[in-house]
Design a protein around this ligand. Sequence first.
Ligand code: NCD
Length: 340
Amino acid sequence: MSAEVFHCLRIEQYDRKFLDDICELADAIRFLSKSKQGADQLASLLSHKRAMLYFVQPSTRTFLSFQSACQILGMKTADVRDTNTSSEVKGESEADTVRTFSSYYDVIIMRHHQADFARHIANVLNNSNRPVPVINGGSGKDQHPTQALLDVYTLIRSFKERGGVDGKKIAFVGDLFRGRTVRSLACLLTKFQGVRQYFVAPRELQIGDDILSYLDQHGVSYALTEDFRSILSEVDVIYMTRLQDEWDVKDGGNTKSINLQDYSLTKENMNFLQPHTIVMHPLPRRQEISTDLDNDPRAMYWRQMRNGMFIRAALLAMIFDVTDNIFRIKETLGENVSVE
Ligand code: NCD
């Protein structure tokens, strides 16, 4: 199995071909899931595999969509979400805890407050007698690779009829300094041609220099601004984010008082967007997108969320090497499946 599809740790490991392949596979899974025949066959593919969801940081969507993705492929799941219920309270190290999981489960999907913890665990397991794959479901403020995959899937689907993602303009808005989804997607978009990126935030929450130098190294064009209004009519995608003030406790900061009102989408400023511009958000949201925009055809965030389930199922299918089986099932059932 290639290194690219064993662990899923950081977005840098993926190339453009991988992105096109995983999105095509997610489409096939989406199609098959719509019928009982298709769903039954998908669910038989990995019925011999078990997944551990080790989520020691809060999560709704990532956790549930991974669980659903496992169910789509027939995998059984178990979870640890609170270290107070595990032997970590007895003083066991996190590395030993995760190594324990590897004795019982075939894949470990994890969310952790520490940047690069997933990579550390993958190294520990690589040197063990049972090196099961590790999937990073969010590591500190640093990376959220599967969110970036689902975001790219959403972009590919949204711009299929408009020349694809290449050459599009995307604005990231809000807490870009601590938003791991933005950091991951900004880097992943370097795999496309000529995507221009705008980082729209108050100075204290502006994107980190590490990301900007990554973009520089990849010859990506970008702009930084505090003026949300100025980019509204310019871009094809607006990627909104919330204030990540839960990090204040750990970092000793006080960002609660930062007012992101000027970085919010309202019915009024939606009028400045082009008709084809889409609005994305990794969710959860606070007030940065008014709920009365939810039914605007340009609001993509609920569909984006659902895309996450299919892309995560596709990732698991790639990791366990059942990609060909899925395309074969699709070919066999063809258009004859009755979609319910
Ligand atoms: C994001 C996260 O956890 O980084 N949520 C998600 O996974 N969809 C964004 C956030 O918490 O703001």
